[in-house]
Ligand binder design. Structure first.
Ligand code: FEC
Length: 317
């Protein structure tokens, strides 16, 4: 089995921020003030761990796909580790805006003789501004190849029971640290997208709502809401409510504690460490709200198991 695992990508070093940001802006160099602002955000968090986490996800997914649990009796009597390689499954990493790019990954797959593969983005919700753009990049890369690669796509997995269970477990850990869980607010976030995409029928907000609803139901939360974070620095309207405005509204509504869970991002990165841990946390402190963030899934085994189930199902389609 062959898998193309995709994620957003992040610069490895400060001097890579400019070409990275230029790529996000489709080849248009960012104005000096925006470039400066983004560099300051990276400097404030130290470094985004996104590339390392994506690589760890790929390595663990490949290992899991290559392991076969033998039948129970053999497992007890057999050698350690009690599993036999079933492989070879190969997982390639391609990132949307940095290296290895999606195009570089697709070219490497072709060079290795791959002609059929599963494509999956490490983000559970479909958007015209996310998964559709990853797909365009794959399709552009395929045009440059002498033979096609037949990709089976996992387009979204917002309601996967394993994903809901894994997110609920992280949220529960934060709930243990609340003074009064019955009186707290629970907020699920995802990256904002331009409203124009929603007007074109993007299912993204519905999928984000679905994930939130399923986690809330699983944990019997007394209440919950959805807010959007990390809106782009462009003049067009972005999907809201923005997390910072939402935190202010919660405080005005009398809440003293809030748990925030980023359900749109499995991994820690700039938008988690800066937009939530620094910016939203500062807003919460300013208005007198105690904010706890549920930790991310990263490359934890329960999330890798979800990816494994998704790619195996797509491979058999
Ligand atoms: O750690 C890191 O360095 C990377 C963090 C990062 C992730 C991420 C995920 C998503 N984005 C999505 C939508 C948009 C749209 C635009 C946009 C712009 C940026 C910029 C940075 C950035 N995004 Fe992002 N995004 C991350 C980082 N994103 C930096 C540029 C500066 C700024 O505007 O803040 C607007 C692009 C345009 O101008 O055309 C739209 C969505 C996701 C979640 C799905 C995914 O992970 O792919 C949706 C991580």
């Amino acid at each position: 089995m062959n898998v193309l695992l995709m994620a957003y990508g992040t610069p490895y070093a400060p001097e890579e921020i400019e070409p990275y940001y230029t790529d996000i802006r489709r080849g248009k160099r960012p104005p000096e003030d925006l470039l400066h602002e983004l560099s300051e955000r990276y400097a404030a968090i130290g470094k985004s761990p996104l590339n390392e986490i994506t690589l760890a996800q790929a390595i663990r997914l490949q290992a899991l796909l290559n392991l076969e649990a033998p039948p129970y009796p053999r497992r007890l009597l057999g050698p350690f580790p009690p599993r036999a390689p079933q492989g070879p499954a190969r997982v390639y990493v391609g990132t949307k805006h940095w290296h290895p790019t999606v195009g570089e990954a697709v070219a490497a797959m072709h060079e290795d003789g791959v002609r059929r593969a599963v494509a999956i983005v490490a983000a559970p919700h479909y958007s015209l501004r996310s998964v559709a753009e990853y797909r365009e990049k794959v399709e552009a890369a395929l045009k440059a190849l002498p033979e096609p690669i037949d990709f089976a796509w996992v387009e979204s997995y917002e309601a996967h029971p394993g994903l809901i269970a894994a997110l609920a477990r992280r949220l529960e850990e934060a709930i243990w640290r609340l003074k009064d869980p019955a009186k707290a607010a629970y907020v699920f976030t995802a990256h904002s997208i331009p409203v124009s995409a929603v007007e074109r029928g993007d299912p993204y907000p519905h999928q984000v709502e679905r994930t939130a609803e399923l986690i809330a139901r699983r944990l019997s939360l007394p209440r919950y809401s959805v807010a959007y974070q990390s809106a782009g620095r462009t003049p067009e309207p972005w999907l809201g409510p923005d997390i910072n405005e939402h935190l202010r509204a919660l405080r005005e509504g009398g809440f003293e504690e809030v748990v925030v869970q980023a359900v749109g991002f499995p991994a820690d990165h700039l938008e988690v460490y800066y937009d939530l841990d620094l910016e939203a946390q500062a807003t919460a402190r300013e208005v007198g709200l105690r904010l706890l963030r549920a930790r991310s899934l990263n490359a934890d085994p329960d999330y890798i198991q979800v990816l494994k189930e998704l790619v195996e199902a797509a491979w058999l389609r």
